[in-house]
Ligand binder design. Sequence first.
Ligand code: NAI
Ligand code: MG
Length: 497
Amino acid sequence: MNTPPTEPYSYQMLIDGQWVEAQSGERYDRNSPAHGVTVGTYPKAGSEDVDKAVAAARKAFDEGPWPMMQAAKRAKIIHRVSEIIREDASELAYLETLESGKPISQAKGEMEGTAELWEYAATLTRHNYGDSYNTLGEGMLGLILREPIGVVGMITPWNFPLLIISQKLPFALAAGCTAVIKPSELTPATTLRLGRILQEAGVPDGVVNIVTGFGQPAGARIAEHHDVDMISFTGSTGVGKHIVAASQGNLKKVSLELGGKNPQIVFADADLEAALDAVVFGAYFNMGECCNAGSRLLVQTAIADQFVEEALERVKSVPVGDPLDENTKVGAIINQAQYEKILHHVQSGQDEGATLATGGSAMRTDEGRFIEPAIFTGVKPEMEIAKSEIFGPVLSIMEFDTPEDAIRIANSTLYGLSAGVWTSNVDQAFKVARGVRAGTIWINTYMDGFPELPFGGYKESGLGRELGRFTLDEFTELKTVQLHLGPRTSWWHKPEE
Ligand code: NAI
Ligand code: MG
């Protein structure tokens, strides 16, 4: 499977266990960003389709059996999903690459990562418990029950389609929630395939519903819907703010994973070979279309010239091209809007006076949308290319002298998702780790992730956390139950006549 399909795949949406068309009958096409041909056709959901999906999720939650099903049984089903994902990994990776433009070797790795998320969530299912107080006096017992929050709307982006839904759904299911999912209109294939896997694994009808369509009206309808108890969203900070506004109507809970402008901070005493590799990986992995992209490099002045020179050498040799080729490391840009946005940032960096030291041009334009990995030097923290999330293969390099400088520059954007620090000095590493306001700090490594470890953002990078055992808290409500024991002490005795 190293060529696109000769005929596009044709998909339907999953509502209440049925594979259906949009009520309007409308459909839309998705083209491969690397090959230009249509690879998938989809129903285009309207508000009425979302309403049906929400009603199904509501009924599955309110009437069961899913939320009250014995956790051991739910755990088995969630675990079974992880097994089927492994069995279907090559097909899933192929579908993911066709729509996302990401390198196939990377997509295969993501399928294993996805299976691990389901596997881990299965183990949490049986560790979802509350608390009790036997200390409230003889006549009282206090119970704290942890209950699933209800119907969760999940709206996901196009950069890691199956991985990102799997940072949400298995945990929500472990907690006993039901769901309405809207994958990105650009990359719905693997989320719909997941729908089939869920059915095969034994998830009851209506527990997971998947609608395909655009932010308007489908995404917005989920966000405003009064029968949705929580929204879990990953995408742009701009749309995240719309979701918060839309949540007002019924004060639903909102969890957001948004953008980043993440710094890698390299001190002179670091293992520079390792740091170089991680800087190039961090900036260009997934074409830089990654909330965790290490899109800023802060390098200590003493080593800056040499480090930058070596980074340039490496970047020039990164294989860019057909994502279905096993050797490709940087594939195609997701759509025309993103492509133009990246090229616009490259131009604005030059206009602001930074030096475009390599890359930044469109390439292989007869095949698809490809951009040469770019490096800007001479970047100042106040420049747009130092502050805005570009979401493309563009690295902005700045220099610093002291750890205090590095922390100040690192914190000088509105984002706070993640950061990397490279040094052999533990004190220095921790000074930076404590000083940088970000949800994840990597020391002498970059962009590793584990299902056990919470992930999310400070500042405008998000709200709440995903992954880890704490994520169950996000998908649950606490209910206090007080039980009185023995005779009641009267509030008021009628006086004797
Ligand atoms: P987006 O935020 O518009 O799309 C994410 C999801 O939200 C999609 O499913 C989309 O259909 C949905 N959506 C859009 N408008 C909506 C609305 N009003 N209500 C509810 N749902 C809505 O992201 P987009 O336009 O694809 O990318 C634009 C920029 O966002 C990128 O250049 C990048 O900077 C950032 N981004 C960040 C991501 C992350 O992982 N943090 C992922 C994708 C994009
Ligand atoms: Mg958008």
